[in-house]
Structures are given as structure tokens and as C-alpha cells.
Design a protein around this ligand. Structure first.
Ligand SMILES: *Cc1c(COP(=O)(O)O)cnc(C)c1O
Length: 221
């Protein structure tokens, strides 16, 4: 890992912004380097990698699942996952509810919202999100706690566009909290911002950034 970048980042991030160090594709030794500096929040996007890492790495690490998850794989991470960032369908939501019950634990999740018009980005549309939050399904969740929203901006050099996309997620978060979240004390996380755009994300109101390559270097896989 790049310790200098990590320390700089820790100094730069405002209080109240949680840093998730995205360790996907990186070996355990590098995760331990960050852990030894006191870092506990790590993000992975492949179930198999996450399970293998969780088995051997310190048990006080808080594992964030940051990508799209397949329904049939939720059971492998449900016993220990700290936060799911990429919940993008009702099917996934229902499955997490089921697995949380089986594991006798509450599982915290973020609903992913599609804020970019790129084909490859998963997530609820703004209207689908509002529909979900006013639905029976939402009210029936007992073991899943929706603690916020997550989004990914377009991969573009157009800063105005990225800024607008982040602002749209923050606005949606505020609206959702005002209108629907009766358990609103829990609804408090806006997860947005990566290595290339975290400053814009924080300006727009992010309080959780997911940063990989800036800390760990480029990924080759
Ligand atoms: C890989 C990944 C990141 C980190 O990206 P970097 O550009 O390396 O900081 C953040 N969020 C998600 C969902 C990712 O898949």
C-alpha cells in the first residue's frame, strides 16, 4: 500500500467522513499494513475473495461489500458482513432479509441509486427508490436496516457532470429521509466518492468514501 497517500487522505478527510479502503484484488499483507495503521473498514466486491480474506484476517475488521451481489451468494457473507453498499433490487433485499434472519443478526445495507446514465451502473432509479420506500415490502423488513444510499458517478473528466450526479444523490437522500424514513435515526449514510472523484463527492455531501487505487495502487486484475 501507499502509506503516504493513506496518511494524506486521513488528514484531508473531514471529521464525519468514513473512509472505506477498497482492497479488492489486493493481497492480505497489504490489508494488514493498513490494519496496523489502525484502519478497520475495508471494501471488497467479490464474494469468494471476501470470504477467504475474512477467514484469515483479524476479526475486528469491518467488511464492506461494495459491488453488485448475486442473490445466491448472499448467504456466504451474511454471517459477518458489516455493510452492503450495492443493494440494487427488491430480490436482493428480500434475500438479505432471509439470510439475516437465519444468522440471527441485523444486516445494514445501502440502497444503490443509479445517478449516472452509463449502461454499466446498477441501481434503483429515483422513482423506483421512492416507490420502494413507500411500499409494503419496505415496512415488512425486520432484519435488514436501510442505513443510507450509495451511488457511483459517471467515469468522465466532466467535473460539472460528476458534481451534478453527486448532488442528485444527496438530494434524493434528503427527500427520502424527510418523506419516508420513520426510523430515520438509522438513515444517515451517503456513500459516494472514489479515488478520482472523492473531493467532489464530499463537497456534495458524502459522508462515506470508497477509495482503492489511491491507497493501494493500480489494480492489475
Ligand atoms: C473499485 C471500487 C471503488 C474504488 O475505486 P478506486 O477508483 O480504485 O478508488 C469504489 N467503489 C466501488 C463500488 C468499486 O467497485
Amino acid at each position: 500500500m501507499n502509506k503516504e497517500h493513506y496518511q494524506k487522505l486521513k488528514k484531508e478527510l473531514p471529521k464525519g467522513v468514513t473512509l472505506v479502503a477498497v482492497s479488492k484484488t489486493k493481497p492480505n499483507e497489504e490489508i494488514l499494513e493498513a490494519y496496523d495503521l489502525g484502519h478497520l473498514d475495508f471494501g471488497e466486491n467479490k464474494v469468494q475473495d471476501l470470504v477467504q480474506k475474512q477467514e484469515v484476517l483479524p476479526k475486528d475488521i469491518r467488511w464492506h461489500f461494495i459491488g453488485h451481489i448475486q442473490t445466491n451468494k448472499i448467504k456466504f457473507v451474511a454471517p459477518f458482513v458489516f455493510l452492503f453498499h450495492g443493494v440494487d433490487s427488491i430480490k436482493v433485499l428480500r434475500n438479505i432479509e432471509k439470510e439475516a434472519l437465519k444468522n440471527k443478526r441485523k444486516i445494514n445495507i445501502l440502497l444503490q441509486v443509479k445517478i449516472s446514465d452509463e449502461e454499466s451502473k446498477f441501481g434503483f432509479s429515483a422513482s423506483a427508490l421512492m416507490d420502494l420506500l413507500s411500499s409494503e415490502i419496505y415496512l415488512s423488513l425486520k432484519n435488514v436496516q436501510i442505513v443510507g444510499l450509495m451511488g457511483m458517478a459517471s467515469n468522465t473528466d466532466n467535473q460539472d457532470q460528476v458534481k451534478q450526479e453527486f448532488e442528485s444523490l444527496k438530494n434524493l437522500f434528503d427527500q427520502a429521509k424527510d418523506r419516508y424514513l420513520n426510523k430515520s435515526d438509522y438513515f444517515k449514510i451517503v456513500s459516494m466518492g472514489m479515488s478520482g472523484d472523492y473531493r467532489l463527492a464530499i463537497e456534495a455531501g458524502s459522508n462515506m468514501v470508497r477509495i482503492g487505487s489511491y491507497i493501494f495502487g493500480q489494480r492489475h486484475l
